[in-house]
Design a binder for this molecule. Structure first.
Ligand SMILES: NC(=O)c1ccc[n+]([C@@H]2O[C@H](COP(=O)([O-])OP(=O)(O)OC[C@H]3O[C@@H](n4cnc5c(N)ncnc54)[C@H](OP(=O)(O)O)[C@@H]3O)[C@@H](O)[C@H]2O)c1
Length: 349
């Protein structure tokens, strides 16, 4: 089977590098274009990345030889993954959609747009029904889909089966977010060694609003937010990869701890669809008192599974638990790749 040509916008950044790493040897997609700012354009990718390649392993040789292009819509591909800095992602992604490309974006810019799906295929695949109206807006065959903020996706994964079975009323979450979420070079070492920073600019509003769109419905061509409230406190911790989140939930219907665990362990909506990046199961429940932990559990499902543990009664809401997700895989590049695999499987590419 001929593989689908894909380009990476923002290929030189932290998330862009993860795209290249995760797409190497992909059975459906082949990276044919790498694009970044005019500072990087015009030179071979390997030369631009001297001292900048930070993910495990070497740059795949075929990608290393590609010339970095500017982010203008004349790339030789059908699908673009966007890992662009949010200061530029908005208009660049629009230009590509208008020019007929499918854009699977990590950036925040279009996540809350009224005709852009904020997609987790296991949770709200039905939101893709909005795509024809978006295509009408661009007047082309192109469109944008987005994946959630890295802390929001780790939160929504365990919330989704609870919301479906019991209804969620209130959610309180405190995040402990890994350093790679801040890009490179990220937080200065003197600010984070031996420390926790109780602020991540712009993060809490995303963690409070994105779950409502994802868990909401698509009704009469409009997204309707889920009827629940989320309160988030976001912190940066001295961990390289992995976001750990402490979550308390209030449910609309009574449920036992075993009911919650069953909702998580029986959750596998993509089971049997054979998407290369889909973890099976997507949620792993650990019974030990001291799990999940970032260093030990972030690699589950090749970084695509969420690990839940320490379910217990909450004396304010109903229950509380921890969830861990890999922020640059399930929370960024891996999520956008899974989204594109789902589009392909459904004939939307
Ligand atoms: N890190 C995470 O865990 C994470 C998780 C979820 C979402 N995200 C989002 O993903 C995006 C990328 O994050 P990152 O951590 O990879 O950032 P990053 O390391 O700073 O990389 C930013 C990329 O954007 C490119 N860029 C900057 N200005 C540009 C311009 N004017 N025109 C074209 N390209 C330009 C850069 O190219 P040059 O090298 O040429 O400057 C680079 O390739 C951001 O929107 C971020 O919010 C990140």
């Amino acid at each position: 089977m001929a593989r689908i040509k894909v380009g990476i916008l923002g290929a030189t950044g932290m998330v862009g590098q993860r795209f290249i790493q995760l797409l190497e040897g992909h059975s459906w997609f082949e990276v044919t274009e790498v694009a970044a700012s005019e500072r990087s354009a015009g030179r071979p990718y390997a030369e631009v990345m001297q001292g900048r390649w930070k993910v495990e392993g070497a740059i795949p040789p075929r990608v290393a030889r590609l010339t970095v292009k500017e982010c203008v819509p004349n790339l030789d591909c059908r699908l673009c993954f966007s890992a662009l800095d949010s200061s530029v992602a908005g208009p660049v992604e629009e230009e590509f959609a208008q020019a007929g490309y499918v854009v699977s974006s990590n950036s925040r810019n279009h996540r809350m747009d009224p005709d852009v799906p904020l997609l987790i295929p296991e949770v709200n695949a039905d939101h893709l029904a909005i795509i024809p109206s978006q295509k009408d807006r661009w007047g082309s065959d192109g469109y944008i889909i987005t994946n959630p903020n890295c802390a929001a996706i780790g939160l929504v994964m365990p919330l989704a089966p609870l919301h479906k079975r019991f209804g969620l009323d209130k959610v309180i979450v405190t995040t402990m977010q890994g350093l790679s979420g801040a890009g490179y070079p990220g937080v200065p070492s003197l600010d984070i060694i031996d420390n926790v920073v109780p602020f991540i600019g712009g993060e809490e509003p995303k963690v409070e609003s994105e779950p409502l769109k994802i868990l909401g419905s698509l009704n009469g061509g409009q997204f309707v937010s889920a009827d629940l409230t989320v309160s988030a406190s976001c912190t940066r911790v001295h961990v390289q990869d992995g976001h750990l989140e402490s979550v308390s939930v209030g449910l609309k219907q009574k449920a036992s701890p075993d009911d919650l665990i069953a909702a998580w362990t029986e959750f596998d909506p993509l089971g049997g669809q054979e998407l290369p990046s889909a973890p099976s199961p997507p949620i792993i429940y650990r019974t030990e008192d001291d799990r999940p932990q970032p260093r030990r559990d972030r690699g589950e499902g090749n970084g695509m599974a969420c690990v839940v543990g320490r379910l217990r009664k909450c004396s304010i809401l109903d229950y509380k638990f921890f969830v861990l997700s890999h922020n640059t895989i399930r929370g960024a590049s891996g999520a956008a790749i899974l989204n594109a695999e789902y589009l392909y499987k459904k004939g939307l590419l």
